[in-house]
Design a binder for this molecule. Sequence first.
Ligand code: GLC
Ligand code: CA
Length: 564
Amino acid sequence: MNYKMWWKESVVYQIYPRSFKDSNGDGIGDLRGIIQKIDYLKELGIDVIWLSPIYKSPNDDNGYDISDYQDIMEEFGSMADFDALLHEAHAKGIKILLDLVVNHTSDEHVWFAESRKSVDNPYRDYYIWKSGEDGKAPNNWGSSFGGPAWEYDAETGMYYLHLYSVKQPDLNWDNPKVRHGVYDMMRWWLDKGIDGFRMDVINLISKDEHFPDAAKGGHEYGDFYPIVANGPKIHNYLKEMNKEVLSKYDIMTVGEMPMVTVEHARKYTSEAENELNMVFHFEHMGVDTGEHGRWCDRKMYLPDLKAVMTKWQTGLYNEGWNSLYWNNHDQPRVVSRFGNDTAYREVSAKMLGTCLHFMQGTPYIYQGEELGMTNIKFEKLTDYKDIDTLNSYHQFVEVEGMPHDEMMRYIYKKSRDNARTPMQWDDSEHAGFTTGEPWIAVNPNHKTINASKQMEDPDSVFNYYKRLIELRKKYPVIVYGQYELLDPDNVDLYVYKRTYKEETLIIICSFKEQEVPYALDGYDLEDAEILISNYPVEDDNANIVLKPYEARVYYKHDQGHINK
Ligand code: GLC
Ligand code: CA
């Protein structure tokens, strides 16, 4: 296998619309704002935009709680604005993926409004309703945003399941009417001309009908994941969706999947299985977690990261397809997390981009990553807007007694709002994001870190990312080459090789803040070409001394010569 496909050769750019560009001064990013920035994206060179949800929503979880799948969130604009955006993007050769959030709806969706009315309502079985025993919830699952995963509803005296907030009831995928309702909606968007879907927590849709208790004491944040993820009928449902909808269009699909293993991912993404094109897994996001899950300030240990990335690189080679990402709207900024966001911000941002973009898979750039945007530190808890951050603070500090300062330390490292501060367009007030008051404060470092400055500077992170994207278009080895990890135990360097036909790449990335002398045993790099590097290379390539966070990519056309 390893068929050539456009989505293997594409680079995706994720837009979180609320924070991207506000066109009308109400402080909230919108669709017209995105239209204004299409030329910026064209300049960067990306192929596909993934739009986080733009549908009608009461915004309990910033649009991941949808009340009408076929309407646009008022704050973001109208359906006419969406049509204009799709048209403008297509005119510039950019495709658009929508976020398909169908594990749950908003409790304000008409299906749920009906469902909760009575046990014999025609929509009752669209959701997961259970009676509790002796006034207790049907099982001990803790929701992903804190508190129990079951909510008692007085109307009918039963509980409904919500793996996320109480305002995000889970759909019952075992009901064929739910599945076909979703497929109809998908076809409606695809017929409009969108280019595919990013599917939110899609491997959670098939629940075990016995709803077994979670291990340990239960009632812990998201303790249901090991039970719910990759459930009994998941592959049947995805195959059905593929047959009914996906296979009928030339589109791209990516499944966001917590707790997905490489073995599962092969099944989800193998061309023979006819399910999805690629999965978006979280294993490498687990390298710096601790006893309170993500709420932790442990530093990542490089060999752990290398082991996870390598497992996926080799595990899906010829058997499926990877998504490559360092951050998204749920994760902190990568330069703050795995790099250095002070003295070495630019070089470390470039190094991280290099390390990822030469692997096999479809790369995802999260808005602002191409500028090396950093985490935010809000002094006041009330400046944070994310439901997960606020609920977690409540749980750990107010309920369980964790000291305030400790939790704030973790929030600075891991809050989802790190990724959600407005895009930094220029050095004016509110970073050129809005002329009004932004819904969440702008990072004060926009005076120095912003798009307008970087577009003019040939050495900027922006122009470096632009080159990374250009290289991918030029060298098939970047897309189709086989990956091999070199020097696995090196604690400072991530070194790997890619090979395809006559082409070889050697990628050397230093995660260290000091210089590292380095000799790569068995490889003759002296007459290899340097494709890209984040410092001018001054040594002779034989006696390498890597500067702090240095990255170099060597290229040879004739494989015979690079191996000594
Ligand atoms: C996904 C989204 C996240 C959302 C959750 C519930 O993980 O990426 O933002 O809160 O699903 O929809
Ligand atoms: Ca607006």
